[in-house]
Ligand binder design. Sequence first.
Ligand SMILES: Cc1cc2nc3c(=O)[nH]c(=O)nc-3n(C[C@H](O)[C@H](O)[C@H](O)COP(=O)(O)O)c2cc1C
Length: 347
Amino acid sequence: MNKLSINIGNTKLKNPLICGAGEHFIELDGIEKALKAGAGAVVIKSTNESEAAKTQLEKTDYVLLNSNFDKLPWDFDPPRDASLFNRSGLHPKPFDEWLEQATRADKIASKYDAFAVASLIPASLEKLIDYARQIENSGIRILEVNVGAPHGEEAASGAIMLEREASRISEITKALRNAVEMPLWIKLTGQSQEIPAMVTAAKQAGADAVTLMGRYMAFIPDIETQKPMLGTHAAYGGPWALPLTCHWLVKTRNKIGREYPMMATNGARCGEDIIRFMLSGASAVQMTSAIFTGGYNVISSSINELEEYLNSKNITCSDLVGIAADQVETYAEQENKKEYWRDFTPE
Ligand SMILES: Cc1cc2nc3c(=O)[nH]c(=O)nc-3n(C[C@H](O)[C@H](O)[C@H](O)COP(=O)(O)O)c2cc1C
């Protein structure tokens, strides 16, 4: 029995490490490297119909920071506390070329017993539905639609839709579900307090799974130049985001039940982080920055760490899902402690 395998709805992954979409999956070469390193699935860099979203890719910028906001070298060996601050755009190729490459990528993936997942970040509902149909007809096996890309509000008007309300998630997912039968994953923003309601809406409208949750938008002043770092607001993520994602995984699991598959994204940097996400209720984990900044070997080392852990506990990946989430208690249920708040207060 493969202890690492896990089901996301009707899709069986050989292991729960999914490479989340990013610049390292613009070209086929990067996708193949991730497949060779053992990823259960690779999400291809997202696309849509907007020219502005494509040209925005030429204006991307990236900086790795430590917890004092000092810039770190980009040497593919970042320390554990590194955070990534960056702008991003969408896939530079026209849709037809993107689709042709994505179809090839998923055929290659099947040889590795894995998946290359098509990814759309909608600019308009009409084109989203048209592209989803073309993706299904091409034979690609899974579609992820990210309706929560953090750059939505900073991008050129009309380039990227950013949805924060359950009613919109419902509308978009229903339209997609009416258009295609293929496995459909909906990726949601973390910039909302409506996350459990958005997941419920996606589930009820027929999404096979959800991905929680996109990174945060941030602003970092540089104290030397007194200017905004990178010149703009930008998306920000780091290992510190993991507990925030876990919080919403647990809250959502408590609301919608144990059966509905959720994937975690935002904060995983190693195999132990995959375990943390799965204990919080994720069936699989999308890892992006750790691979972008640390290289493809992060994939194999994370899978090895996870496998060693499963062996040491004598459990499977599916056993792991939600163990910690299901033991969460309220403040009121806590016993009185010997140490009172005074013991924690400076004199
Ligand atoms: C450079 C970069 C590019 C990204 N591009 C995409 C994208 O095209 N589509 C998408 O859905 N998410 C994209 N993301 C979001 C990631 O897939 C992922 O959800 C997010 O970075 C949080 O996970 P992490 O902490 O593992 O990086 C991108 C992230 C980064 C850092």
